[in-house]
Design a binder for this molecule. Structure first.
Ligand SMILES: O=C[C@H](O)COP(=O)(O)O
Length: 253
């Protein structure tokens, strides 16, 4: 099969992008700016990903599009009381969220993976079966064995995607983590991958998509199974999609 051009590849990746605004100040103006960008000349992003209190704003602005409204719960620590998470899920559902990104308790996870399975199941049920992406914060885990363990536990609980990072700790997505999560998905026989945290350039995004495509097949690079969560990637994808040069700095893993 002929390789797609970079411009074609960038357009495909725009369709797999979870365009993210999770700044600590929770600014509504930043969400409005994000919403302006979600429908590009090269297609729509897969989802916007925002704090629960901005879900309704996004659902209203994106009505009539096919863009998912993803929100985060128990973010970014993964250790808050269940009552708080339940409140966030309620806010998300009332506002019109269509996907839930939950942080698992990655600190306790390696010793107690069953707790992760249970927590994911609980969120999935409370969210009425909406797609759930389990954030493992791979940059805080010791090794790829732990990454696979947590990913397997989350998938057993019904997670639809396993996601590398919150973007809030020093180490975000890495090729090593993406590879480990893909192995867990393959072993589970079901599930998607969301690569997130520090993905800023077309070259980085393409490297992750190439890896996933090599391991899972070309058809797998679709928003149903492959997402990139990023706050600062879209500009570079658009530059490449329109046939220009990259302006972004590569992560250089
Ligand atoms: O969920 C996605 C991450 O928060 C995005 O991280 P980023 O700001 O480094 O792109």
């Amino acid at each position: 099969m002929t390789q797609p051009s970079d411009a074609e590849y960038a357009r495909k990746l725009i369709g797999c992008l979870d365009l993210t605004e999770l700044s600590d100040d929770r600014s509504a103006d930043k969400v409005d700016a994000l919403l302006e960008k979600a429908r590009t000349s090269y297609g729509q992003v897969a989802a916007v990903c925002v704090w629960p209190d901005h879900v309704r704003r996004c659902a209203t602005a994106l009505r009539g599009s096919h863009i998912h409204i993803a929100t985060v719960v128990d973010f970014p620590g993964g250790q808050q009381p269940w009552e708080d998470t339940r409140h966030e899920i309620g806010l998300a559902l009332a506002g019109g969220a269509t996907e839930i990104d939950m942080v698992v308790d990655y600190q306790r996870g390696p010793e107690d993976p069953h707790a992760i399975t249970y927590a994911v199941r609980k969120v999935k049920e409370a969210a009425g079966g909406l797609p759930v992406k389990a954030i493992l914060e791979t940059g805080m885990l010791d090794d790829t064995d732990d990454m696979q363990l947590l990913a397997g536990a989350a998938l057993s609980g019904g997670a639809d995607f396993v996601k590398t990072s919150t973007g809030k700790v020093k180490t975000g997505a890495t090729m090593e983590a993406a590879d480990a999560l893909l192995d867990a998905i393959a072993a589970n026989g079901r599930g998607g991958l969301k690569v997130s945290g520090g993905v800023r350039s077309f070259a980085d995004a393409k490297a992750y998509a190439d890896l996933a495509s090599e391991k899972m097949g070309e058809d797998w690079i679709s928003p149903k199974t492959f997402r990139i969560g990023a706050s600062s990637l879209l500009t570079d994808l658009i530059a490449i999609a329109e046939g220009g040069e990259s302006n972004a700095v590569q992560a250089g893993y």
